[in-house]
Design a protein around this ligand. Structure first.
Ligand code: PNS
Length: 158
């Protein structure tokens, strides 16, 4: 049984994240979507809200489990017997940071592998931050986030 983890801040989950989660779910038996608990980052959504939004957004994918973690990702990976980490790559700008994280994770635990999946072209410019920015100023975010996230953003900002 192969298990992958898609870790992230998910503040909030976007259609770009969902694209990576769905495509990963077709390649493994189980995908754990793990939300980093990091209140220091001053997130818009609480951990519980992020988890609820992810649960709703992934409810039609049978082999997805939503969880959270704090501390080092490699420790979580070991504790949950996860086979590999999956990260989405959007543009070249992601590469340097992701390479740094993957290499640090490898240094911390040489058994932990990171796999990279290219984002679908239509989401290559998308991020949680840019969605929040556009929505804050009443821009259109149709097709960029699941409906449940749109409603949650509406509640936060209006
Ligand atoms: O969605 P994000 O913010 O790009 O996700 C980044 C995340 C959560 C994957 C990364 O910050 C992480 O793994 N944090 C846990 C702490 C850790 O293990 N740091 C060492 C790796 S450099």
């Amino acid at each position: 049984m192969k298990t992958a983890v898609c870790p992230g801040s998910f503040d909030p989950v976007t259609n770009g994240h969902l694209d990576i989660i769905k495509r990963t779910s077709k390649m493994v038996d189980k995908v754990i979507v793990a939300v980093l608990y990091n209140p220091g980052k001053n997130p818009l959504f609480t951990l519980e809200e992020k988890i609820d939004l992810l649960k709703e957004a992934t409810k039609d994918i049978p082999n997805v489990e939503i969880d959270c973690f704090s501390g080092l990702l490699v420790d979580y990976v070991k504790q949950k017997n996860i086979d590999f980490i999956v990260k989405g790559l959007r543009a070249v700008s992601d590469f340097e940071y992701e390479l740094q994280m993957a290499l640090m994770n490898k240094k911390l635990n040489h058994e932990v592998e990171t796999m990279f999946m290219m984002t679908s072209g239509e989401y290559s410019y998308l991020s949680s931050s840019i969605v929040k920015e556009v929505w804050k100023f009443d821009g259109c975010i149709d097709g960029l986030v699941p409906e449940v996230v749109k409603k949650a953003l509406h509640k936060k900002f209006k």
